[in-house]
Design a protein around this ligand. Sequence first.
Ligand SMILES: [Zn+2]
Length: 412
Amino acid sequence: MRITVLLLMHLALSACTDDAPSHVGGALPGEPDIRVRVIRSTDAVQIDADATLQLQPIGANRKFVSDQSLAIAMKAGVWTINNEALPDIGLAPIEVRLIDGGPGDVIRVNGRAYPGLVHLVSRSAGDAPPTRMDVINHIHLEAYLPGVLEREIYSDWHLATFHAQAIAARSYALNRILNAPPTRTFDVESTQASQAYAGATTNPRAIIGVLETTGLVLTHGDQVLPAYYSSTCGGAGLSPDGAFANDEYWPPLQPVAHPAYCRHSRYFEWGPIRRNLVSLGNRMTAWGRQRRHPIRNLRRITDIQISERNDLDRPERFTIVDDRGNAYDLSADEFRTAANSTKAGPLPKKDRLLSGFVELEIRGDQVVIAGRGFGHGIGLCQYGAQQMAEEGHSGRDILATYYPGALIERAY
Ligand SMILES: [Zn+2]
């Protein structure tokens, strides 16, 4: 089976660069590691642990051992540890591990606890010497997942919801591991750009939900499904190609009609809200400039049309027209993120458009928006999954509803 072949290839590649047992607690046979970028672009970090820290520049013949908290910085292309410059190790990534820890011991980075290893990787800065680093947690996949469940769903939700969420999150993660570009230093972000990750957790349902589904993933054909999920579908889902306007096509991610299980979510219906057309236009041009999208040339908005809907009547594409008569095309999730952009980054949560599942009407210098759902709407609906669990459905029932036609198979 292809999954097994791909996993073995991945592990063989890992084995070339990682000759020591890498983690507290052993991996299952065939279980891969995942690389999670937990801090993006910082100039310094504070690292400590309850056990002895060992720092090893990868590929260099030096090790640093410490029982103390360490301040590590990247200054003008030189690593420093507690302000001591280490020019001889160059820009090699630094691997941080515990050498006398017990099971459950963690490495704390800026106070947040992570199981597994931590890699500090300098960020290239064109021709200039780097002054920043990324922090990447390397961890067995099963040890990573409780920290995802901790962040993605509420700790008092039903265990069946945790089962479904664990299998979806494992599938998404494994798909990303298997498809990571060779030059990338990480597989997933620790934010909702991939899936949220808390690091170490003691949340019992998160731990049990992962343990009781160990190794299980959603598949289609011979592939591990990138099992996207979002908070609240609002009663009708969307496919990845509909949400993101890419060519990602997976039959189990094509939405089908099902009861509006998420009807009790506070995000099921929202608005109407009003947006000034000038400020909305400014957000869309800011977003367009960040992505070199044609909408960076947008002038004053005169019209916004829903140009395509899917079979469930959920908007898939929007056309934005300006006072020069130029029309710009955005997918549903592009519309949502563009409407939430500013030059300085995303809007505060209270001002954000929660989804692209909206109806719009232009009134004078404003657009009135009424919406449904929260998130991109692909795959599992978290509030819907919780309602199904409350009604007595199992994790498997939930997954069959939101990923129709997918199989649940053991990857390791
Ligand atoms: Zn839903």
